[in-house]
Design a protein around this ligand. Sequence first.
Ligand SMILES: C[S@@+](CC[C@H](N)C(=O)[O-])C[C@H]1O[C@@H](n2cnc3c(N)ncnc32)[C@H](O)[C@@H]1O
Length: 253
Amino acid sequence: MEPFAGGAIISLTAVAENYVDKSILIELDEDVASVWQTIIYDDANWLIHKILNVNLTQECVAEIIHNKTSGTRERAFATIIENRINRGGILAPGAGRVKNGENGRGMLSRWYPETLARRIQAISEMRNRLEFIQDDGIKIMENHLNAANIVFFTDPPYTQAGRRLYRHSQIDHHKLLSLTSQLKGESLVTYDNSREIVHIALENDLQVCWVPMKTTHHAQKLELLIGRNLEWLNPAETAPVPYVEAAPQTSSN
Ligand SMILES: C[S@@+](CC[C@H](N)C(=O)[O-])C[C@H]1O[C@@H](n2cnc3c(N)ncnc32)[C@H](O)[C@@H]1O
């Protein structure tokens, strides 16, 4: 179960690689939800056809975005376009458009229709092993506290950058980590390197590790991995967070 699904790369990988039988994705954002609903429950081929045949001019983009409210499929198509033409793929209100982009291709600089079509096709081929729920991830976690056969991967909006990146970014971090400590199933939570989060995790008897990652701007930074038991992690790739006082200052991504 992935309670904050977004693009759900971990669930998709886990299903594709047969680490799990199926995955349940939960996402609150209506735009992101429309993409999952269209691929999993409606008609992925309609979406693929639209992506492969659109002529991405300014006028065409304006019309697609204007039509967004006419149905779930139309919203899904508009969301994919916005994700590709907005700077950093950001869908939150106020997100800016790519200006010059890669090789001066402007709006088209991150538009790779064949790649998108291939990925949507691959996801649709495993849709029988995917379930999607548009809801609050915390509420759904709470309903599955005793499900020992569910593995949870939780990647919530981060404390610093969340507001800029996502329409829904206000999370009760205390509740999320308290629920994580009560889950019967295995779980792994990722967070930005925030002192406050380390504090809350330790208060809930969770283990915390640092893991290096690269941001979209290729800068190296540390992220937190949190779980009831992290002993399975590769010690060459992670470092335990020994004391809350030792945590470096939080930086936004
Ligand atoms: C950090 S992103 C997840 C990215 C994901 N790991 C991926 O592979 O793309 C967090 C996601 O949680 C969603 N979200 C925010 N609040 C939520 C809530 N209460 N319930 C479910 N999803 C929520 C955001 O819209 C965003 O898509």
